[in-house]
Design a protein around this ligand. Sequence first.
Ligand code: ZN
Length: 267
Amino acid sequence: MPRLVFPILGEAAWTDDFGDARGQGSHEGNDLLAPRRALALAAEAGRIKFWTTSERAGCMLYLEGASGTQYLYVHLNNDLTDENDNRGNCVPGVSYAEGLASGDKVAAGEPIGFVGDSGDADGISPHLHFEVHPDRGGATNPFPHLKRASRLLFAATQGSTFTAALTGKVVTAAGEEIQVAVEQVRWWPGGRKAKQAGQKLSVAVPETASVEGLATAPGGLAYPTIDLLLRGSTVTVWTAPAKVTLAAQIGGRGALSAARVVLKRAS
Ligand SMILES: [Zn+2]
């Protein structure tokens, strides 16, 4: 199986609950707890099939992965307000990503749905019941695949242009690169926000970037002084406009470049 994209954007809590005894037999997936309407993302490239007629699963979809593995996304959103109103149908814009149709091809990391509590998850914490079926056979434990999955910082159509504001703590700062433990990402177009789990990533800081919030100009300080000064500080890094790629969404080395860095010294 390929390395997966983690199927939820932003914060999620889950345990290895595969095989646990449940009312209907043993648990065939992992339950990923996330805020209502958190974005569900394609774990790999493939083809989507909506499924709307299961009372237990509620609004769900199948992702037929290009690798031959099939993924199930169960208990997608069926609410129209921030309450558990159950007034929504299993349709795009409610359960499935806006504009998505059953049968569509999707890229890895593309938003495909919204986390919810439909089916027999009604009234309990919104979560994604996520199943992994290699070669479209029996369910296997998603846990090890989720543990090493790539966590995306933001979701957008690949090839489009984005900017993002990454807020977190400075891990290290050298002259031309800053490493940040990211706690929140806001991105444009759209201005949507997602909380993150503090994953560390490096952003290039070119000479053209504006750096604000330092009493002393960073150019006047040499590494390692600057590094010691900034470690643990709160920082927001606005990225320069760039094309959406999976590497940029993961924050892979060399993929993100800063346009503006605003620092708040640790007190
Ligand atoms: Zn479950």
